[in-house]
Design a binder for this molecule. Structure first.
Ligand SMILES: [Zn+2]
Length: 246
């Protein structure tokens, strides 16, 4: 299994950057997790639009789904024919982004497959477990397994034992860490800091921790240092183009 980071900005894309977007490949199958703002130009440097086999979305915030629109446009308007794109998402998570466009053919370019948090999914070669994790709108954490390895991804989520359970023994915890040490009051139950995801990674016994969704302007070294207070294995900060082999 191979992970390629397309973007790791939280909230809005940093200069030259992109928001959440992760390409996960195994056995020739390409799964795009969270098509957030500005990931499509980076994706198209690696793979033609019709080369994506499925999309999996954690939740409906635009920094996680907005670029489904240009991806579908690229599949529809490109020279090569593309099949309808299966898009796995919680109920209603894609309705706004799919309503953006007046191109009527666009709705046929996407085949929405809704699931409930807690469902187990089979997407190509990937077995996916999902879990509701706390956020300001419904958000599914997912554990994606293939070839004897697993990646656990939080979407956006406040600290929770449910993540520890979902990520137990995972090979890579890909975790939203919008803030460094503490989440400001008001968002403390719906977002994470690097310090807090380090604690959860330690409790889960994750092998590696990849911090993502840092607020633009955050010093990545500060985030790594904060996460390392509780987690003493491999820690990195997601940057566009980074790949991790599992
Ligand atoms: Zn969110």
């Amino acid at each position: 299994m191979r992970l390629t980071v397309l973007g790791g900005s939280g909230g809005f894309p940093a200069a030259g950057g992109a928001c959440s977007g992760y390409l996960i490949e195994h056995a020739g199958f390409r799964l795009l997790v969270d098509p957030g703002y500005a990931i499509v130009p980076r994706l198209l440097e690696l793979v033609p639009a019709e080369g994506i086999d499925a999309v999996l979305v954690s939740h409906g915030h635009p920094d996680h789904v907005a670029d489904l629109n240009p991806l579908l446009r690229a599949r529809l308007m490109g020279d090569d024919e593309a099949l309808p794109l299966p898009a796995y998402a919680l109920p209603d998570a894609l309705s706004r982004v799919l309503a953006l466009d007046q191109i009527t053919a666009l709705k046929d370019a996407c085949e929405v497959r809704e699931f409930e948090a807690g469902d187990a999914l089979s997407i190509g070669p990937f077995a996916v477990e999902s879990r509701q994790l706390p956020h300001s709108i419904p958000n599914a954490g997912v554990r994606i397994s293939a070839g004897g390895a697993s990646i656990t991804y939080t979407g956006d989520a406040g600290p929770t034992d449910d993540l520890v359970e979902l990520a137990t023994g995972t090979d890579l915890l890909l975790a939203e860490a919008t803030y460094v040490d503490a989440v400001p009051p008001g968002n403390a139950t719906v977002l994470n800091s690097a310090l807090e995801v380090g604690q959860q990674a330690h409790r889960a016994g994750a092998a590696r921790l990849l911090l993502t969704h840092l607020m633009p302007g955050t010093d990545p070294r500060a985030s790594r240092t904060a996460a390392s207070r509780h987690f003493d294995d491999w820690i990195a900060v997601a940057t566009p183009g980074m790949t991790v082999a599992l």
